[in-house]
Design a protein around this ligand. Structure first.
Ligand SMILES: [Zn+2]
Length: 86
């Protein structure tokens, strides 16, 4: 028996035809792809940096603000800032 899944784009229930299918249709996959591209463009400024530089930045940020945030938390911070930027 095939398992039903919920499409994250249109929230419809569908039965995947392949075991890796997560999106109900080509149309929804395209929509999701566009959303990703939009997000990536916003964050590309930060993404293009080398990981080493980012880690250095985090260390500096932690020192400056007397915090101990992790890489994930720092990226979350940057992404939320990038979302506000125009
Ligand atoms: Zn869908």
């Amino acid at each position: 028996m095939k398992k039903e899944k919920i499409c994250p784009v249109c929230l419809k229930v569908f039965v995947p035809t392949g075991h890796n299918q997560k999106i109900c249709s080509k149309e929804c996959a395209e929509i999701r792809h566009r959303e990703w591209a939009k997000m990536n463009r916003r964050a590309s400024k930060y993404r293009s940096k080398d990981l080493d530089n980012v880690l250095k930045e985090i260390a500096e940020y932690n020192e400056r603000t007397n915090q101990h945030i992790s890489y994930g938390q720092y990226m979350g911070l940057i992404y939320s800032k990038a979302g506000v930027e125009k």
